[in-house]
Design a protein around this ligand. Structure first.
Ligand code: GAP
Length: 440
């Protein structure tokens, strides 16, 4: 087995993402829009796979979980009541010349703009909420906000979910969707952007439940997701947020930090939010959000434990973990994405040995079409086989399959493993079982 070598840098990840169609800079042909990115053909597959695994593990595999897909634009009252309109603000210094804004605590020299040497205004509070206008006439319209977190859509639907289903407390609601924050970038690619996706859970519990035990249980369960997507536990750090830095309504918060190529920073988080959100919405809406415990004949406003995950940060962690450069023989290096097969954009690549031999191409297409029914497969007939292997290694395809002249005679193909680079001959009729075992 080749050895892992060479350092993984953000530059290498960014370059691979652009070159191979994972992630492109946003609005690029118009000169780009800072802090925005678009996911390309391979990026969207990887992102969908991360979300699919999350949904199965956190929602479908558990009897105490259900899902929701709430709106991005909600009543502005929700954000007033939740405290976001008043409190979701950052202190920023603005350059008088170029108008770029900076977090004062992140500035090396607080007197000069690092971009143009201009002078700063006094530090002011800037809202992190993106505003929009509802209604065709701007002056008469209602100011609404793009949601800065998916969580509130869960709280305001708590009663709907409860009344329409069979759930009893403790139970949780999971949701995946976009969130928007008008914030200052730290320049680490997709780590902090205006528009991103969250995967969030609000887990409702009784006020007298042993919340810390439930919190610890979720924390351990979260690490099961890290295992499923190939993030080693040794790369994580649980940052217990001290009393003085926690939101006032939270009794415990842990930032689950990860060792990214640029340094250690928040990947996911878990918080015990007490009954703050539901109480606020009960008060703000005038509608009861109480739960009636049939057995104990008791009424209460549930408390919540909230595990939260950023999709884009997870994808960045997965890419930087999977990316390896290794020497395959003296003087020859390959870049390979050692993604878990369940995450790989393509599971199998199918090659005819030569593209100008119609019998080979015809047979290869037959195999390709058959495998495509069950797996996302790539087709490649360019260049030589060695180059095709390297191209598939770089995008993380676990298996490459070559149809050659022996295939036409003996009915078997060469299957090459991405990680070991070993090759074996497998009968076409046995391919179904072969991949079933390896790609499940
Ligand atoms: N509902 C709780 C909440 O929103 P958060 O820690 O502010 O908590 C949750 O956000 C997760 O969303 C973070 O752990 C991170 O993964 C992701 N996230 C937050 N802001 C982000 C941004 N600007 N760009 C990309 N991901 C972000």
């Amino acid at each position: 087995m080749p050895n892992k070598k060479n350092e993984v840098t953000m530059d290498k990840i960014v370059s691979l993402c652009k070159r191979r169609g994972f992630i492109f800079p946003g609005s690029e042909i118009y000169g780009g829009l800072a802090n925005t990115y678009d996911y390309g053909p391979l990026g969207v597959e990887l992102k969908n796979n991360l979300k699919k695994i999350w949904w199965k593990y956190f929602v479908q595999d558990r009897e105490d979980m259900v899902g929701l897909d709430g709106g991005i634009i909600l009543s502005p009252k929700i954000w007033e009541v939740s405290g976001h309109v008043k409190n979701f603000k950052d202190p920023l210094a603005e350059c008088k010349k170029c108008h770029h804004r900076f977090r004062p605590d992140k500035l090396k020299d607080a007197s000069k703009c690092p971009d143009c040497n201009g002078e700063f205004t006094d530090v002011k509070m800037f809202s992190g909420l993106f505003k929009t206008i509802i209604g065709p006439i701007e002056e008469d319209g209602l100011t609404a906000y793009l949601r800065p977190e998916t969580a509130q859509a869960i709280f305001v639907n708590f009663k709907n979910v409860l009344d329409s289903g069979t759930n009893k407390i403790p139970f949780g609601i999971g949701q995946i969707g976009k969130a928007f924050r008008n914030e200052i970038t730290t320049g680490n690619f997709i780590f902090r952007t205006y528009e991103f996706e969250q995967m969030e859970i609000e887990y409702f519990i009784a006020p007298n439940a042993d919340w810390n035990k439930i919190f610890e249980g979720w924390l351990e369960y979260i690490y099961g997701y890290a295992d499923l997507i190939g993030l080693p536990r040794g790369q994580f750090f649980n940052h217990e947020i001290p009393d003085t830095e926690r939101a006032f309504y939270s009794k415990r918060t842990i930032d689950i930090e990860y060792q990214f190529p640029f340094g250690q920073d928040e990947l996911w988080a878990i918080a015990y939010r007490t009954n703050y959100d539901l109480s606020r919405h009960q008060e703000g809406s005038g509608k009861s959000l109480e739960y009636f415990d049939e057995e104990k004949k008791a009424k209460f406003i549930p408390h919540v434990i909230e595990p939260t995950f950023g999709v884009d940060r997870t994808l960045l962690a997965v890419l930087s973990q999977a990316y390896v450069e290794e020497e395959v023989k003296p003087g020859e290096t390959r870049a390979v994405l050692k993604l878990k097969p369940a995450l790989a954009p393509f599971k199998i690549a199918v090659f005819p040995l030569l593209k100008n031999k119609p019998q080979l191409v015809e047979k290869a297409r037959e195999v390709f079409q058959a495998l495509k029914k069950n797996y996302n497969c790539a087709w490649d007939e360019r260049g030589n086989i060695g180059k095709r292997y390297r191209a598939q290694d770089e995008i993380g395809t676990p298996y490459c399959l070559t149809i050659d002249f022996d295939t036409l005679e003996k009915g078997d193909v060469t299957v090459r493993d991405r990680d070991t680079m070993k090759q074996e001959r497998i009968k076409i009729e046995e391919l179904g079982e072969y991949f079933e075992e390896r790609l499940r």
